[in-house]
Design a protein around this ligand. Sequence first.
Ligand SMILES: Cc1cc2nc3c(=O)[nH]c(=O)nc-3n(C[C@H](O)[C@H](O)[C@H](O)COP(=O)(O)OP(=O)(O)OC[C@H]3O[C@@H](n4cnc5c(N)ncnc54)[C@H](O)[C@@H]3O)c2cc1C
Length: 496
Amino acid sequence: MTIKSIRLLPINDRTNGWSRILPPRSPKSTLNSNIMANTVVVGAGFAGLAAARRMAENRPDDQIVLLEAHEVGENASGRNSGFAIDLPHVTSSSMDELESAQRHMALARAAIAYHETQIAKHAIACNWSQTGKFQTAVTDWGTENYLVPFADELEMLGESHTWVQGSELKKNLGTEHFKAAVYTPGCRLCNPAALVRGLADTLPENVTLYEHTPVTGIDTSSGINLETKSGNVQADQMILAVNAFAKYFGFYTQHLLPFAANASLTRQLTPEEISSLGCETEWGVTPANAFASVTMRYTQDHRILVRQNIYFNRKMRESKSYRDKISRHHKKLFDERFPLLSDVGMEYTWTGFVTLSGNGAPGFGQVADNIYSCVCQNAIGVTKGTISGLLAADMASRADNELIGYMQSLGQPNRLPPSPFLDIGVKVRTFWEIYRARGEVWRLKAVSLITCPIQNIEQFESSQVEIEDLGKVIWSCDAEVGTPKSVLVKLIDSLV
Ligand SMILES: Cc1cc2nc3c(=O)[nH]c(=O)nc-3n(C[C@H](O)[C@H](O)[C@H](O)COP(=O)(O)OP(=O)(O)OC[C@H]3O[C@@H](n4cnc5c(N)ncnc54)[C@H](O)[C@@H]3O)c2cc1C
């Protein structure tokens, strides 16, 4: 296979709040000569950093080169909400699903153990803590339909959990917004930019990291030859850790769905605001439905994180004007939950790009002669990206690891339909997720996603119409944006 050029490169818009609250870091140098390596790893997120380190450990006499298009910590790995999640987002009660959940947990927990070893060994200051997390619902409907089954499934898996509600929940979170929660203790929280910086700055000696070094061309007709703007790399093998950009290297070309996800951090709370919040320690909240509702954190340095708005974004670019809208939207969500803190604004708002597959499978394994892949973490990359990088390196160095089989049992991303069917399909699926969680999200966000995913958040947010049934959604669509009712009815018919 020969591919001349990589058509789409990542950009750094320098909006990531997690890195902006850290001291400045000097990036490693840019590649400016032609070099050779035993293994080249492309992409320095959780996956690539783990792959490079493990490869170096497995083969201490080898030279490993790690190429990063921009700066460590500015990618999705540094921009996420910082939950190292040990449990699957949703489990089910079928035996197959429970066994698969056990494999998910074994993989996630191996990644957490790896992070804890590196953090302790290299004294990485990233506010890592075993805080656990609250899986929350805001309505009786969400409690019945999401939390009760979730608690039942945890029971079947033998996983520790606590039901929290009422004044106890308010005491923990400082807000009455949530109806109930299932607390699980295994999740770790961190500043993700500090963690990936720490991992990058403590790589073994036989790894050379080059930053600001996007790979612009690839030729695999005889060995691995990568072209960058000011130097080439020739290597025996390659580990691809570029997430959705894998497509531009010629892999998973019809299999990966790039989604934009947005998060904001408030300014630090003042001592008075901290005491009015009334909770003593940091916390993390994930919503009943991760697609539709809001993820939040109260950080060790007394900021509140809001993560909401996730949508298909093929070009992996977002504008400042849209981000400004998101920021206002996050402020509104924050005010609804913390009315006593209405003076607190969003200091940073940023967009990052996650990669999903249609069937939730990772893009893991050998994808060509001497080429291994650890892409597509399905938005849980702190753990899944890390473990897939470690295992890709084990595979590439022929090291035995029973977790490789666990990873392979998760399958491969399925092939997606071409445009425009893909775009319609993704919107319908997104709509369906939000519709399923209608009791929890209750506004016309569902409608905005299916009709005009980007522009109309405020218009729909301000409409305050409750979604009680599908008919009402369809009616609202007609009334609010003039989308022909028949089109929506057809879409929904094909889905149900
Ligand atoms: C707002 C938000 C919240 C999230 N919350 C969570 C959470 O709480 N917990 C969780 O587990 N996950 C979360 N995620 C998802 C998580 O961040 C990702 O799954 C994870 O970062 C993926 O890691 P990765 O190493 O595979 O990819 P990335 O971090 O995207 O790294 C890929 C790297 O490849 C580089 N690259 C691409 N093309 C080239 C090229 N041509 N040449 C050189 N380098 C290239 C990129 O610059 C990038 O650095 C969230 C994501 C976002 C955006």
